[in-house]
Design a binder for this molecule. Structure first.
Ligand code: GLC
Length: 731
């Protein structure tokens, strides 16, 4: 439909019709088995169901076609209904959770994964996904860190851009792509205490310098939507925050698409104590420029009244409605409301989609320890133990459209490649401690103690038989995601007991950690000969993990988030400030910024990961020692594979602005490249340092670089490398 026709349609619509285009209702209004991802407020009125512009949480080509047919026939202007869904890291073929995808340091692979997700979701009638989540996450207590790509603003920027590109492609009318929605705007990951939905207190400097960066970068890729976040920022809820939504999002970022609230967030401004009642909440949402009210009921109940009273101008209403109509038009829904819904059966998992997922898993795994080259495994007797050894629950809590039965377990994958007489399975313990909150919600176990004693005995028997024990531990998938904040990062006691008992058998211990967040692994490190983080690996989790265990693939993941010694360090991030009393590198340093009982840094830092081979970084240099604003400097290093196996290195460029009008972090990631090298091969890796890369939010409240000394590291994690130096002279 062309612009004139759209405007003619808008002008012909009643006020009620216009208002309802700004209303999103739960899929449960149409299908009993809809996925409910928020707090439901009871059935909506008939006129709301008849006229609501969009719905969420349902999929399936046949049933959405039926819903659409009825909806369009009953709509006075036959405007198509829009179907939205959280396709966060997979629809049918579930990929590693986003925190694991961040660990690949491979935006191109992440883009391809988003393309696959879009293809599968679109074939099931989905028009838009609520992804990427571009929230910066520095606090492992916050369960939604699992949905992010981690703690670094550059990594998150590149991954979020890649996801928008993958979901949307070059042409939104292409029925194999879906609209993307950058969320949760903004700074949702900075929740005080790591407690979900909590307030965030951020200076404008910290907000702009760190928390807004990835949203801003992703918006450059023209996502169709942005979603407002639940949290308040410096006391003003994001969903009613005019500074955030009008000045930053619309004016500075130039976002012209649809701003949708998170589930119920418009109405929750009452709970925040920011809105008097639903009518006031509707007014504040509109004044902030929130176009679609997801499931709070405020717009459907009061927006027409607000317009009739003149509190909301018809012009403001028309602006919002036109953005929604443009969104539907850009997706081609007016021409084809069924948008290529040809597959009666919906998408199926294919050999190709499994292969893509399998490669995504191997690229996401982060090898943290490998004492005496325990891995890759040789032909030997293996005992697979632990609650993750043979479970299909390898998808996250946000992969609800993917069926567990499609998942390949670690044991199943091992059984495909190992001789049956050389492997044994013994689960060894329950996933959770008896008193764990999550246990009560998801997996109650009768006679818990007796059950675990029995499981332990079986595991000890299997371990005594084996040469090497593969122990698969971690958090249950229900312990990360929304509303899953935790004050402890420890593994369940029952799992640690199993690990200690396995260690007592004197066998080699390979520990695999399945988790949606950093956990405390200091004790695990001491008890393990090899240690690998597997995140929540999804449909091909077992295959990807066993490919690496057996050496068919080499681990190439690097930590997308710091793993602490203890939760007491949270929030923890590598790009910390030096303080006026920096702790000396080696030694306590009285009267310095330190803990009496813990290191300052991470047990395993951002960017860290091992390979099955070794790499040597030599000849690190800068092409010049001074740079003007119009110049660039080339930073280069030679990387050599000094081992006997092919492997991938993730070469990381870090920069430190030594002196600034504001304090600057001890280092920050400025670029990265993932390279693959055969044994003995070497490659010169170069990065271009530009003045633009050195800009920050200065004390003069603007983006600018400042003259002075800079340090540069070209290395393989955020704690490594020998610094090089150059001077920036702006004139
Ligand atoms: C949820 C989440 C958000 C999701 C939305 C729709 O509450 O906060 O990430 O996209 O509701 O399911």
């Amino acid at each position: 439909m062309d612009k004139q026709a759209l405007e003619a349609l808008l002008n012909d619509m009643s006020t009620e019709e216009k208002v309802m285009q700004l209303v999103q209702i739960s899929g449960s209004e149409y299908e009993a088995d809809a996925e409910i991802t928020g707090i439901e407020r009871g059935q909506v009125k008939d006129n709301v169901k008849r006229l609501a512009g969009s719905t969420l949480g349902i999929w399936g080509s046949k049933r959405l076609r039926k819903i659409q047919e009825q909806y369009i026939s009953e709509h006075p202007h036959h405007i198509p209904l829009m179907f939205m869904l959280d396709v966060i890291h997979g629809h049918k073929t579930v990929l590693p959770c986003p925190l694991g995808q961040g660990a690949t340091f491979d935006p191109d692979a992440v883009r391809k994964g988003a393309e696959l997700q879009a293809r599968e979701a679109a074939a099931d009638g989905v028009h838009a996904t609520f992804s990427p989540m571009a929230d910066l996450c520095r606090d492992a207590r916050w369960g939604r860190i699992m949905e992010s790509t981690g703690e670094d603003k550059l990594l998150n920027s590149r991954m979020s851009k890649a996801m928008v590109e993958g979901y949307q492609g070059d042409d939104l009318k292409d029925p194999t792509h879906v609209a993307a929605c950058v969320k949760h705007f903004a700074a949702y990951g900075a929740a005080e205490g790591g407690r979900d939905y909590n307030n965030t207190e951020l200076s404008e400097h910290t907000l702009r310098e760190y928390y807004l960066r990835a949203y801003g970068e992703a918006i450059k890729k023209n996502p169709v939507m942005v979603m407002s976040s639940f949290n308040s920022i410096n006391g003003i809820p994001a969903t009613g925050n005019q500074f955030l939504m009008k000045k930053i999002l619309r004016e500075e970022f130039g976002f012209q698409g649809v701003l949708i609230s998170d589930w119920g967030a418009v109405g929750e401004m009452i709970n925040h104590g920011f809105a008097e009642d639903q009518k006031d909440a509707a007014l504040k949402g509109m004044m902030a420029g929130v176009d679609i009210d997801m499931c709070s009921g405020c717009y459907s109940a009061y927006l027409e009244e607000l317009v009739n009273e003149g509190a909301v101008s018809m012009e403001m209403l028309d602006e919002a409605v036109l953005r929604v109509l443009n969104m539907k038009n850009d997706l081609g829904l007016f021409e084809d409301p069924y948008r290529g819904l040809t597959m009666e059966s919906g998408p199926v998992i294919t050999k190709e989609s499994r292969q893509l997922a399998r490669e995504a898993v191997t690229a996401s795994l982060v090898l943290l320890e490998n004492k005496e080259n325990t891995l890759p495994l040789r032909k030997e007797k293996l005992a697979f133990v632990g609650p993750y050894a043979d479970t299909k629950r390898l998808q996250s809590s946000w992969a609800f459209s993917g069926e567990d039965e499609n998942t390949v377990t670690v044991w199943e994958a091992a059984s495909e490649v190992c001789e049956p007489e050389l492997i044994k399975l013994a689960v060894g313990c329950t996933m959770l401690d008896q008193d764990a909150m999550t246990a009560r919600e998801i997996c109650h176990v009768d006679h818990w103690q007796e059950k675990n004693d029995e499981l332990l005995a079986e595991a000890i028997h299997a371990a005594k038989w084996a040469d090497t024990v593969i122990i698969c531990l971690g958090e249950d998938i229900a312990q990360s995601g929304e509303a899953t904040s935790k004050a402890s990062l420890k593994l369940p006691m029952v799992q640690l007991r199993l690990l200690n008992e396995m260690k007592k058998t004197g066998k080699k211990i390979v520990t695999l950690i399945f988790t949606g967040r950093p956990l405390e692994l200091k004790e695990v490190r001491e008890l393990s000969d090899a240690l690998m983080v597997c995140w929540l690996p999804g449909t091909e989790g077992g295959h990807g993990v066993v490919d690496v265990l057996m050496g068919k693939a080499s681990p190439s993941g690097r930590l997308s988030v710091s793993f602490p010694y203890t939760v007491g360090q949270e929030p923890l991030h590598y790009d910390m400030y030096p303080t006026g009393r920096p702790k000396p590198e080696n030694g306590p340093g009285p009267y310095t910024s330190r803990y009496l009982d813990c290191e300052n840094g991470a047990l395993y830092p951002f960017g860290y990961g091992l390979s099955y081979t070794t790499f040597e970084y030599t000849d690190a240099k800068l092409s010049a020692q001074t740079m003007s604003a119009s110049d660039t400097i080339t930073a280069s290093v030679t990387v050599r594979n000094t081992g006997d196996r092919k492997g991938s290195a993730t070469v990381q460029l870090y920069v430190r602005d030594v002196t600034g009008s504001r304090v600057r972090p001890i280092r920050e990631l400025a670029d990265f490249k993932k390279i693959s090298l055969e044994p003995g091969a070497e490659e010169k890796v170069s990065f271009t340092i530009s003045e633009e890369m050195l800009r920050f939010w200065t004390a003069e409240e603007k983006w600018a670089s400042e003259e002075g000394k800079f340090r540069v590291w070209i290395c393989d994690n955020s704690c490594d490398g020998i610094p090089l130096e150059f001077q920036l002279k702006n004139r």
